[in-house]
Ligand binder design. Structure first.
Ligand SMILES: *[C@@H]1O[C@H](CO)[C@@H](O)[C@H](O)[C@H]1NC(C)=O
Ligand SMILES: *[C@@H]1O[C@H](CO)[C@@H](O)[C@H](O)[C@H]1NC(C)=O
Ligand SMILES: *[C@@H]1O[C@H](CO)[C@@H](O)[C@H](O)[C@H]1NC(C)=O
Ligand SMILES: [Ca+2]
Length: 487
């Protein structure tokens, strides 16, 4: 082979490689449209904000949505006035925001959308404050602005049930559904010594709705809505802040914040739709244990994964600081996640098909925001390896004998997991790992959870997480002694 031919060969190979990592414009546009629609549904429209990188939902670096793209906020001129507006916008009523500076919750992962923000305190949204104009900034990734929101409402301040101010539900409690088209649906009403009461919609979830259906012997909750669809708040008293874990036998075992005269803050009241059959996902922990291993992988091969936020934040720092970042390696704890549906109905994603998000690097649609989480905790219970939230495409990879697979992700196919079928994320799949590059060798806890936010109804969530011991030496990672529990 003469020199010219040789060079052409390498050049073509290089072009093919580059092409693989650059996803084409059409797909980008398609994705942008889908994302826009999807976000709109989640009420994350232009000017929407979220907190990222915090240990809990009330803290993190602030990201703001502009033109369908999330961007960071720079900490120049950032102080409590701005932090208060952010916390107010996030719904922490009368709460205060403590500002954080200098990428306190990790380096800025996105371009800066806003810099030199000045709020006078009357604004209810951060984008109503003065700033330098979209994208105008002189900041680098070490200058992300963040907040820690505190709220007078103890439920928001702490997730520990003991610290919430709750009362036990009355032990003699009648339950009925009103206003439905059929007897298995309607707004929920409870009878206490103060007569029949509706339940305020705030915080109403599948966990409570499931117990209502169980109490009424109507099976499982298919939906828990906060709505006036089945009639609104027409009783003289209302229950506020009912909370169930999801494993109670009757609503009497749940808790509530108060029973008050007068209406709910918003018009919406708690409603349910009950159904006879229901899905039930379980993690196969033996497969987890069997397949767990370490892999050191060059960042050059992790570019798609980085686009989907599958690496720890330090990887993004390296990418920005080190011109030869693609030669650096990351240490990944890889394992297979096998998830079987042992219920009596198919598991279906809660986001309708036309809102699914196209993931251009991995070339498939994601039908759930967060389907699984993988987290590593140290002996003090602190999360030490950033568990990324994985969204997947859901399909029947393997079924018990006699069951025909129905769901397949390819070609915009229907997604779901049939009864007695398993959705398998093999350890070879991109992003099917925890990035433990910054972890010291030692003894840890690994927690793998599916449907962790209880967004899709199931018979029970008590079997949705595997909590295992993770022994990590310089050369080996071993998972053992898994316990099945709730997420
Ligand atoms: C917030 O403040 C207003 C006015 O000071 C007050 O009426 C309201 O009850 C407060 N809300 C909470 C949740 O503390
Ligand atoms: C609400 O209270 C009024 C006055 O006390 C009473 O007449 C009415 O029947 C009550 N309504 C309900 C639904 O209990
Ligand atoms: C699923 O498997 C269980 C246990 O093997 C069996 O009892 C049940 O009938 C199966 N259900 C379906 C829909 O195949
Ligand atoms: Ca389950």
């Amino acid at each position: 082979m003469n020199e010219n031919v040789k060079w052409s060969f390498w050049l073509i190979l290089l072009i093919i490689l580059i092409h693989d990592f650059n996803c084409d414009e059409d797909i980008k546009q398609k994705k942008a449209n889908l994302v826009k629609k999807h976000l709109k549904r989640l009420k994350k429209e232009e000017g929407g904000i979220k907190l990222v990188g915090g240990r809990d939902e009330y803290e993190g670096n602030v990201e703001v949505l502009h033109n369908g793209q999330w961007g960071s906020i720079c900490d120049d001129e950032w102080d409590s006035a701005e932090a208060n507006v952010v916390c107010k916008q996030l719904g922490y009523e009368n709460g205060t925001g403590k500002p954080t500076y200098s990428s306190h919750f990790g380096p800025a992962r996105r371009r800066y959308w806003m810099d030199n923000i000045y709020c006078d305190g009357t604004e209810d949204e951060i984008t109503k404050c003065r700033f330098d104009g979209w994208g105008n900034n002189d900041c680098d990734y070490t200058e992300a602005a963040g907040v820690i929101c505190t709220s007078p409402d103890p439920e928001i301040k702490s997730k520990k049930p003991e610290e919430k101010i709750f009362s036990k539900m009355p032990s003699k409690l009648s339950v009925r559904l009103q206003g439905g088209r059929i007897e298995t649906e309607g707004r929920v009403e409870l009878k206490s010594k103060m007569g029949w009461s509706t339940i305020c919609g705030d915080g109403w979830s599948l966990l409570e709705a499931t117990i209502v259906c169980k109490t009424l012997s109507l099976g499982y909750a298919n939906d828990a809505m906060q709505t006036t669809y089945f009639g609104g708040d027409i009783t003289n008293t209302t229950f506020y802040g009912i909370k169930c874990i999801g494993n109670e036998n009757t609503l009497s075992e749940c808790k509530y914040e108060h029973l008050k005269t007068g209406e709910c803050n918003s018009l919406d009241v708690a409603t349910v739709q009950c159904t006879e059959s229901m899905a039930d996902l379980v993690i196969d922990h033996t497969e987890l244990i069997r397949t767990a291993h370490l892999e050191d992988k060059q960042m050059f091969y992790l570019q798609c994964a980085m686009e989907e936020n599958c690496l720890a934040s330090q990887a993004y720092v390296i990418q920005k600081e080190n011109p030869n970042w693609h030669l650096e390696t990351r240490r990944l704890l890889r394992f297979t996640a096998s998830i079987i549906n042992i219920g009596t109905a198919d598991f279906r994603p809660f986001i309708p098909k036309h809102l699914w998000e196209w993931h251009m690097c991995h070339m498939h649609y994601h039908s759930m925001e967060v389907f699984a989480t993988f987290d590593i905790y140290n002996s003090e219970g602190r999360r030490v390896a950033e568990g990324h939230k994985a969204s997947f495409c859901l399909e029947d990879n393997k079924c018990l004998p006699g069951v025909t697979p129905k769901y397949a992700c390819a070609n915009y196919g229907e997604q779901g997991i049939s009864v007695n079928c398993t959705d398998i994320y093999k350890y070879t799949v991109d992003c099917q790992w925890v990035d433990i590059s910054e972890l010291e060798p030692g003894q840890y806890t690994l927690k793998v959870a599916v449907n962790p936010e209880f967004k899709v109804p199931e018979i029970t969530y008590e079997n949705n997480a595997a909590v295992c011991e993770f022994y990590y030496t310089h050369t080996q990672g071993v998972i053992r002694n898994c316990r099945i529990t709730r997420p």
